[in-house]
Design a protein around this ligand. Structure first.
Ligand SMILES: Cc1ncc(COP(=O)(O)O)c(C=O)c1O
Length: 387
C-alpha cells in the first residue's frame, strides 16, 4: 500500500485529502481494504452506490450492456437512453431529459435552459438566477458561481455573472430580491447536502413556488444528492408543496457509473433545440442500463424501508451521549457531535465503519437497501465513538 500511496501522490493531482486506506472490493454494504479489513459502508461513495457495491442486478445490466454495445455517440438512438428518459418522465411528470455525466453538468444544462427561456420570454437582460447561501451546485466556473459558499470561489474569480445568493428559509429577503431584480430562475437543494445536511423549511419551499407564479420565473431543484430515493421519496421536492420546472440529478442515479440528468418540465421542454447543448458521453448506454436498474427498484416498498431506517437512525442518535442533534431527511443524515466530526469519522473507521463529513457534521448516506443488521451495527459503533 505504501507503494500505491507514493504513486498516487506523485501522479494524481493534489485535489483530494484521502484517508490512508486502499479499498479493493465490496459487496452490498460491506467493503474490504488491501489488508483484508472489512468495513460497513455508510457513505456510498458520497451518495452514489444506491444499492451498495457490486449489486447483482446493476452489475449484470452494466456487464451485459458493456459486452453488447458500450458507446455510440449521440448521432444514433440506443435503447437504454430512451428507456431511462421515459421512466424518469413517467415517474416525475416532467417531459424531457437531457443526460450529462455529472451533477455539475446537469446544473449547467439547467442554467442554460433557464437563460434561454428567460431571454425568449422575459427579454435579453433577464438572466439572473437566485440560489441560496450555503448551497452547493458543483465545481465548474458557472456552478461555482451558483454555489452560495464563498470559500469555494477563492482563487477562481471572475466567475460567471448573473447569480444572487439569499439566505435559506428567509422568505422576506427572497421576496425582495425577486421583486427588485429581473429573475430567470430560483435554484434550490431541498436538503442542503455539502452545506451540512440541512432540510429547507416547508413554508420557504412553498413560498418559492408562490413567488415563481407571481414574478414569472423558473424553479430549478438540484437533486444531485437528494434524488433517487435518498430522502424516502423518489425526489426530495416530492416531500414539499412545489412543482419544479427543472430537476437536476446525478450521483445515485448511476449507481456507480457517471451519469447526470436535467429533467425538463412543460414550460421548458422545447427550449433547447438542435445544437444548443450536447455531451459526447451523455446518455451512454452502459451508464443508462445501470441507472435503469436503480430507478426501477425505487418502489413504494423500498421507499418505505428508507423511511423506516431513517426513523431508526434518528431515534437511536437523538439524545445519545456526545450527539448534539441530528439533521436531514430519509437516509441523508447529518450528526452534530460534541467532538470534531473528523475525529468521529476516523474513530469509526478504525472500528470498521466508513462515514462522511459535511461541514462540521458527520454525514451518513448509506445504501438505500442496507440490511437492518448492518445499519444497527454501524449506528452502535458511531454512538460508541461519538461519546
Ligand atoms: C447538490 C449538489 N449539486 C451538485 C453537485 C456536483 O455534482 P458532481 O460532483 O457530480 O459534479 C453535488 C456534489 O456533491 C451536490 O451535492
Amino acid at each position: 500500500m505504501a507503494d500505491l500511496i507514493s504513486i498516487d501522490k506523485q501522479y494524481v493531482a493534489n485535489t483530494y485529502n484521502r484517508f490512508q486506506i486502499e479499498l479493493v472490493k465490496g459487496k452490498g454494504s460491506h467493503i474490504v481494504d488491501i489488508n483484508g479489513k472489512e468495513y460497513i459502508d455508510m457513505g456510498t461513495g458520497i451518495g452514489v452506490t444506491a444499492f451498495g457495491f457490486a449489486d447483482d442486478e446493476w452489475a449484470a445490466a452494466v456487464s451485459k450492456q458493456a459486452a453488447t454495445l458500450q458507446h455510440t455517440s449521440n448521432l444514433y438512438y440506443t435503447e437504454p437512453c430512451a428507456k431511462l428518459a421515459k421512466v424518469l418522465c413517467e415517474k416525475t411528470g416532467l417531459k424531457k431529459v437531457f443526460f450529462s455525466n455529472s451533477g455539475a453538468e446537469a446544473n449547467e444544462c439547467a442554467i442554460k435552459v433557464a437563460r434561454k427561456w428567460a431571454a425568449e420570454n422575459k427579454g435579453d437582460d433577464c438572466y439572473t438566477i437566485v440560489t441560496l447561501e450555503n448551497s452547493f451546485h458543483g465545481r465548474t466556473i458557472t456552478t461555482l458561481a451558483a454555489t452560495g459558499q464563498e470559500h469555494y470561489h477563492e482563487h477562481f474569480k471572475p466567475l460567471t455573472n448573473g447569480f444572487i445568493h439569499t439566505p435559506a428559509n428567509d422568505i422576506e429577503t427572497l421576496k425582495n430580491t425577486v421583486k427588485s431584480n429581473n429573475i430567470a430562475a430560483v435554484m434550490i437543494e431541498c436538503v442542503q447536502g455539502e452545506g451540512g445536511v440541512i432540510a429547507l423549511d416547508a413554508d420557504f419551499v412553498k413560498a418559492v413556488g408562490i413567488l415563481a407564479k407571481e414574478y414569472n420565473f423558473l424553479i430549478i431543484i438540484d437533486e444531485v444528492q437528494t434524488g433517487n430515493g435518498r430522502t424516502g421519496k423518489l425526489y426530495a421536492y416530492m416531500n414539499y408543496d412545489i412543482s419544479p420546472d427543472i430537476v437536476t440529478t446525478a450521483k445515485g442515479l448511476g449507481g456507480g457509473l457517471p451519469i447526470g440528468a436535467a429533467m425538463l418540465g412543460e414550460r421548458v421542454e422545447s427550449v433547447l433545440g438542435f445544437g444548443d447543448h450536447g455531451s459526447t458521453y451523455g446518455g451512454n448506454p452502459v451508464c443508462c442500463a445501470g441507472a435503469l436498474t436503480v430507478i426501477n427498484r425505487l418502489t413504494d416498498e423500498l421507499l418505505n424501508e428508507v423511511k423506516a431506517k431513517s426513523r431508526y437512525i434518528f431515534n437511536e442518535l437523538n439524545g445519545a451521549d456526545g450527539i448534539e442533534y441530528v439533521s436531514g431527511m430519509g437516509l441523508m443524515i447529518g450528526i452534530k457531535t460534541t467532538k470534531p466530526a473528523v475525529e468521529v469519522v476516523k474513530s469509526a473507521m478504525e472500528k470498521g465503519v466508513l462515514c462522511l463529513t459535511a461541514k462540521d457534521k458527520v454525514r451518513l448516506l448509506p445504501a438505500l437497501n442496507i440490511p437492518f443488521d448492518d445499519l444497527k451495527n454501524a449506528i452502535d459503533i458511531i454512538k460508541e465513538v461519538a461519546k
